[in-house]
Design a protein around this ligand. Sequence first.
Ligand code: HEC
Ligand code: HEC
Length: 268
Amino acid sequence: MSVSRRDVVKAGGALFLGMLGAGSVAKPNTLLGASEAQQGPGLDLPWPYKKLNPEAAAETGYYGYYAGACCFGAFEGIISELRKEVGHPYTMIPTAMMVYGEGGVAGVGTLCGALNGAAAAIFLVTGGMDKKMREPAFAITKELYTWYEQEALPDYKPKAPRFEIARSVSRSTLCHASVSRWCKVSKFKSFSNQRSERCAWLTASVAKHTVELLNSYAQGTFKPVHALSADVQSCRQCHDQGGALENTRGTMDCGGCHFTPRTKHPKI
Ligand code: HEC
Ligand code: HEC
């Protein structure tokens, strides 16, 4: 889809009105031209969801990994099922855009691409601009991320695997740590074919589990089951929102990076 000059002018106008205080907060639809958007794919979130087959998403995720890597694979695994079950507007998404997330975004090793793609899909079908509407999407995403940190993965074996793959616990949502912890357990190198296969299984595992979470949310039975570790909870009491120091934010496993604090630490 290309953005026409008219849309750009409109978007500028919306921003201008926004600055004058003439409109309420600019919504994405306003920026993109609301009237056309309504006849088009429907840009308001969440998009319609139907119960999906987790194994089908996993298999597509596995092959998607080899086509466009982890972020694309996880996203495509989920969206391809929605294209089948719901059709429009899912037929309008250029899922290839998700290739950007490969190897923790362009190979940088930050957020695991499978988790990145999955979070985008979760937000698309459960989220929205409104603060209240972000809550379910964020709750599902956090559950998925904590599951990823704590479970021995990959836990989905594709129907036609290239190799047998060992499981490992990443203790981190980062591509970098996740890959290195697996290398330590499996003794394979980070640029081996086995490591690629591991990430393909992992992509499949993430796509599958995301669909399971989304199905349970759609049925009204979603409940987070992976609590933050006792350590993380205690660290956050002092260092996160409302704590005595309040000098960080996040729910990642602190001990994954701060092995031993440099300074003498207050007793809890
Ligand atoms: C009871 C409150 C409290 C708890 C719980 C706590 N901290 Fe701290 N933390 C502090 C204080 C106070 C300092 C500042 C110490 C200083 O600068 O002398 C600090 C400093 C730090 C620092 C910077 C200095 C250093 O030692 O490296 C890191 C990193 C840190 N904490 C991580 C953690 C982690 C990880 C946990 C959980 C395992 C944790 N903290 C739990 C109070 C706490
Ligand atoms: C992915 C790795 C990673 C994770 C996970 C992580 N941190 Fe950090 N943290 C860092 C890095 C890197 C710095 C910057 C360190 C520096 O500048 O010395 C930092 C800095 C800090 C500091 C300030 C350190 C200082 O010198 O004053 C605190 C406090 C801290 N982290 C607490 C936490 C807590 C609490 C958690 C868990 C909720 C956590 N971190 C999770 C990597 C991490």
